[in-house]
Design a protein around this ligand. Structure first.
Ligand SMILES: Cc1cc2nc3c(=O)[nH]c(=O)nc-3n(C[C@H](O)[C@H](O)[C@H](O)COP(=O)(O)OP(=O)(O)OC[C@H]3O[C@@H](n4cnc5c(N)ncnc54)[C@H](O)[C@@H]3O)c2cc1C
Length: 656
């Protein structure tokens, strides 16, 4: 595959690409991993505040509005340094003894993602409206992965999701999760019916871009055939004939896509499924279908969006379940069976399906939760009016509010005051602006990431700590590019391009949804947002090793490298439609998620544990007055799972 790490350093075409252009990019830090001291260099996190000795926190300053920030977002500079210092054992010597703020809460929630916000919501519902709750989050915005990206281009607001895309799940939402959405005013099927607006792109299809480094020749091939949500009209022989793929690769792809061969003739259903669950899709294509190795680069990145890794690391059985080709003749029944990951099991389980995308993704759910938890934080009361409502960040951590959300605050310790079996209080310490602060509460819900918890709670049993460390969250990047217009897409007849060999492996025009006062881009002359996906995976390693390597790669890659690769990709893919990156790119936001999806188990990499013995079952055990929420606790990267875990963690507190 192409050496894009080096490509990122080639500055010879910078002027042509528009690297010198002053696009909206307020984040001047390049995102390299920096120590705790580095956090203060961040213009956002309060170098200024520290210098002024001000006690006002960043989130209370006028004009604080993180959704509109561009540049390196997601795990932005300033968000992760404290946690990394804690992991590396340097936090305490740098921060000194914690200062007790004097605050006493009923509950402290660590993590302001959907799970933590939902936990606060369920706790208040049970304890009553006067319950005092503090929510801590290390980011400069709430929502966790459910983040809002808000652009203002040519005088109009354009929204998109910086992380969590849609309300959907492999399984139906539980009574509690659906009930929570209903109480907030979200009815996903009704919203889907009323607001789906995909017709904006009618007439535009999907394309593949074959880069010369991977495929020998460079070409954009439009009118690609496809399945599932990307179905377009093209026929495989016609499409492949226009690609630079070898004749043998073309022949084999047609065989994979359209053939009806039983490659395991005479083998029982059960045996077939068992075998397919223990081999990767890549191995299935090479060793069972006996396809030529040239077909692999064409399919390699197809699993990136859903799994964050390539087909070398995803079981063939999962790929069958999610409708990948090659299995048409194998007579496999679409019924739930062993050997499927959580995501794939949902695909073969008959059920009512629903799917809804707010213009800013599930950030709208987070915003509606905050609206309910902190009255006065924003206006309105419907799923429609939340979309354009402005959030008053100055209200989030206000002393008059029983529920407070404290941003830029990384929890570093959660322990019982006294013996864990009988203690009535916990102490939670957090790092903020290079200092450590402590608060007391009757209980704590840790709705943060599993791998942080052993550092936060050194008193946990060894077996639980080991289980908390088991999964490695899946890294991925959603880069969002604000464009002056989309005439190049229109001219080429495409709305999305799969780029299997490129730095970002897909680029798609934003999902169009008109809701409330919000209007998506409707004509090619109007500005629009474009989504690009990068997963920093390293084929050849195990899933967990790929995830670890990807995490380090993301933290070591400066924004400039992302920007240069984005501009280069635009000119190569869309240049034929007249796209000029120096003229047409207005803004870039790189939503970097080194700790993205919760780790899901699958038989290629994980044992088949007995019921109740999976690492996540052990990891989420309650510990005195401290309970554990978040989607890692379910080993399933979905919003409903995050809500369900928040609910369970709160119930454990009330039943203990
Ligand atoms: C790019 C991306 C796309 C996704 N798309 C979808 C989708 O379309 N649909 C879907 O259902 N799910 C999707 N997901 C899965 C998503 O993770 C879940 O839906 C859900 O939002 C997870 O919520 P959570 O609260 O469990 O975790 P998070 O959202 O990760 O929130 C946990 C929060 O705790 C914070 N935290 C961690 N440690 C500390 C600490 N020590 N102190 C303070 N705070 C801390 C974290 O920084 C984070 O802000 C997506 C995830 C990603 C990364």
């Amino acid at each position: 595959m192409a050496d894009f790490a080096n490509k990122g350093r080639d500055r010879s075409r910078d002027r042509e690409l528009g690297m010198q252009r002053n696009i909206t990019r307020r984040d001047f830090l390049n995102g390299m991993a920096v120590g705790v001291g580095g956090a203060l260099a961040s213009p956002w996190l309060g170098g200024l505040l520290a210098a002024q000795g001000s006690i006002t926190s960043a989130q209370d300053r006028p004009g604080y509005y993180p959704p509109t920030l561009n540049g390196m977002r997601g795990s932005h500079p300033g968000a992760f340094e404290v946690a990394h210092a804690l992991r590396d054992g340097t936090f305490w010597e740098e921060a000194g003894r914690p200062v007790h703020t004097g605050e006493e809460y009923d509950l402290v929630v660590v993590g302001g993602g959907i799970s933590g916000l939902a936990a606060a919501y369920f706790y208040r519902k049970q304890a009553g409206p006067s319950a005092r709750i503090l929510i801590l989050d290390n980011h400069d915005d709430f929502g966790g992965h459910a983040k809002r990206n808000e652009f203002h281009l040519a005088g109009r607001m354009l929204l998109t999701n910086g992380g969590t895309v849609s309300i959907e799940s492999p399984f139906p939402y539980s009574r509690e999760a659906r009930g929570l959405l209903a109480e907030l005013g979200i009815d996903p099927p009704a919203l889907q019916k009323k607001y789906a607006n995909a017709h904006v792109y009618s007439g535009l299809g999907f394309a593949y871009f074959f880069d010369k480094e991977t495929f020998g020749n460079e070409r954009l091939v439009t009118n690609a055939p496809g399945g599932g949500r990307q179905a377009t009209s093209g026929k495989w022989p016609d499409f492949l004939a226009r690609t630079p793929l070898s004749a043998k690769a073309q022949e084999d792809i047609i065989r994979i896509q359209e053939g009806k061969v039983d490659y395991m003739e005479g083998v029982s259903q059960e045996q077939k499924k068992a075998r397919l669950s223990k081999m990767s899709y890549k191995d299935f294509l090479l060793n069972v279908v006996k396809a030529h190795a040239d077909v692999i680069p064409f399919y390699q990145s197809r699993t990136h969006g859903l799994y964050g890794i390539g087909i070398d690391a995803v079981p063939a059985l999962d790929c069958w379940a999610i409708h990948f080709p090659g299995f048409q003749g194998m007579g496999l029944d679409r019924v739930p069976s062993k050997g499927l990951s959580f995501t794939a099991l949902g695909e073969v389980t008959p059920q009512e399906e629903f799917h809804f995308h707010f213009p800013d993704g599930n950030a709208s759910i987070a915003r509606m939760l905050v609206r309910s938890l902190v009255p006065g934080s924003t206006s309105g009361n419907t799923a429609e009016d939340i979309v354009t409502a402005k959030m008053d960040y100055g209200r989030l951590d206000h002393r008059d509010s029983p529920i407070r959300i404290r941003l830029n605050s990384t929890a570093v310790l959660a322990r019982h005051i006294g013996d864990s079996a009988s203690a009535k209080q916990v102490e939670v310490v957090y790092g903020r602006d290079q200092k450590a602060y402590s608060v007391h509460a009757k209980a704590a819900v840790l709705a943060c990431w599993n791998m942080v918890i052993p550092y936060l709670c050194p008193d946990l049993p060894a077996e639980q700590k080991e289980a908390l460390h088991y999964g490695v969250k899946v890294p991925l990047v959603y880069s969002v590019v604000g464009l002056r217009n989309w005439t190049a897409f229109h001219k080429l007849g495409v709305r999305g391009v799969s780029c299997p060999g490129m730095y970002h492996t897909s680029m798609n025009l934003d999902q169009a949804v008109n809701i409330g006062d919000y209007k998506s881009s409707e004509s090619p002359e109007e500005p629009i947002l474009l989504h690009m996906l990068r997963t920093p995976c390293q084929p050849g390693l195990s899933a967990r090793e790929q995830q670890r390597a990807g995490h380090y790669e993301l933290l070591a890659t400066p924004f400039e490298t992302f920007e240069r690769n984005i501009r280069e990709q635009f000119v190569r893919v869309l240049g034929g439609g007249g796209f000029d990156p120096a003229r047409d790119i207005e803004a870039i936001t790189v939503n970097r998620w080194p700790h993205g999806y919760a780790y899901e188990y699958n038989p290629l990499w994980d044992p088949d544990w007995p019921e109740g013995k999976r690492p996540c079952d052990i990891a989420r055990r309650s510990f005195g007055r401290i309970t554990i929420a978040n989607s890692d606790a379910a080993a399933a990267a979905y919003t409903d799972q995050a809500i369900d875990q928040g609910y369970r963690a709160v119930q454990e507190l009330f039943s203990s």
